[in-house]
Design a protein around this ligand. Structure first.
Ligand code: ADP
Ligand code: MG
Length: 367
């Protein structure tokens, strides 16, 4: 039987697929590994529920081919949240086809994630203090403890709706700046803590927001930075750190997300520019890598097996490593941007290698 891995995707507007160029690379990588990669959306399943109209890229012919196929044994779900209708389609699909083996799964929102990760004594010291937003009184207290505070929507992505508060000397005043829900920059302004809910009217702070200790991440030129680490299962089902890269936000931005105009730089050069070229850099790197693996194992114990996660990490001026966020459906473009070709190649092939390993496991179980 030929081996197949399905990529579950979503049509954006009309018939355009969001990550088409990634899917093309998956198909090419699959061809080399001896597995056929079939891209489809819930709309492509035949009404009788047994066949799918899939797309696959033929490297030798340099073109996409559409054809009817059976259900692949393993499914790589790449659907990100794009509105409630798409979300429903995907969850209905996953509910209907429970027998398929999924490589990725929805994890948890930022607040639940914080609580789950706090349970692990080896992870807790790496989590910034975090609360749910309640009122300005608690926010004011929190700002007394932490000179920088971030407010983030618990289900936000891509740096949307993020506010940074910096304590100013004097009565309850702080400097507020950030990004709105369309990722537009909100430039710095001085506010009192009591003014914040009115300034952010309509943001549903109480229902949607977490409040988090801010890690000082400004570089000498005033831009902020952090790191994106990709942890993945390999072809033997073992967790590995595939790579880690630095990201530097554009001027006036409190977030470093690439989609918000951030630029990418190798982890090594960014750490060296801050900590010199000595042992400190290799110690930080090791701490970050060990933490990444620990987080992957802990999440797997909580959620069951999955193939990868993108971790947003911060390194404070003392060299301590912090976890800012876990992304269940990470992109891997950052490695291509910094020219780490081998890391990028691996970042694409590993989910397929892990999928193949699962297929082989299943075959040996049933034989
Ligand atoms: N606690 C924090 N301290 C410093 N910077 C932060 C903090 N939380 C978020 N950031 C900045 O904001 C960016 C986006 O935050 P993140 O939690 O990753 O949310 P999103 O899901 O929108 O990417 C981070 O990559 C980082 O640049
Ligand atoms: Mg992030």
């Amino acid at each position: 039987m030929s081996k197949q891995i399905g990529v579950l995707a979503m049509y954006m507007n009309g018939r355009r697929l969001e990550e088409l160029s990634f899917f093309r690379k998956l198909c090419v990588s699959g061809e080399k590994l001896g597995v056929e990669v079939l891209v489809f959306t819930p709309d492509d399943v035949h009404e009788n529920g047994t066949r799918i109209h899939t797309l696959t890229y033929k490297a030798s012919e340099r073109r996409w081919v559409r054809k009817w196929s059976g259900f692949p044994q393993v499914i790589y779900d790449r659907c990100r949240y794009h509105g409630i209708d798409n979300f429903r389609k995907i969850s209905q699909f996953r509910k209907k086809y429970t027998k398929l083996r999924y490589l990725s799964k929805p994890l948890a929102n930022k607040w639940t994630m914080h609580q789950l990760l706090s349970e692990h004594p080896g992870i807790a010291p790496h989590l910034p203090a975090t609360l749910r937003y309640k009122n300005t009184k608690e926010l004011g207290e929190f700002l007394k403890k932490h000179a920088i505070v971030f407010m983030k929507p618990k289900s936000g992505t891509g740096g949307r709706g993020i506010i940074r508060l910096q304590r100013l000397p004097g009565a309850n005043a702080c400097l507020m700046q950030g990004r709105d829900s369309d990722r537009r920059i909100i430039s710095a302004r001085k506010v009192t803590v009591e003014q914040i809910p009115a300034r952010l009217a309509g943001w549903k702070l109480g229902e949607r927001y977490i409040v988090q200790q801010g890690i000082p991440l400004e570089l000498k030129d005033g831009r902020v930075h952090d790191f994106r680490m990709l942890v993945q299962k390999d072809g033997q089902g073992q967790w590995r750190v595939t790579g880690c890269a630095g990201r530097i936000g554009p001027r006036q931005s409190v977030t470093s997300n690439l989609h918000g105009g951030g630029s990418a730089i190798s982890m090594e050069s960014l750490l060296r520019s801050r900590f010199g070229s000595g042992k400190k850099v290799s110690d930080i790197r090791k701490e970050a890598y060990d933490l990444g693996i620990r987080i992957a194992h802990h999440l797997e114990a909580k959620f069951g097996p999955f193939c990868e996660a993108g971790l947003d990490l911060a390194v404070d001026p003392r060299g301590h490593v912090w976890l800012l966020e876990v992304n269940p459906k990470p992109s891997r473009e950052v490695f291509s941007r910094i020219g780490e070709k081998e890391t990028y190649r691996r970042a694409i092939s590993r989910p397929l290698e892990y999928g193949l390993w699962l297929i082989r496991q299943k075959q040996s179980e049933s034989s």
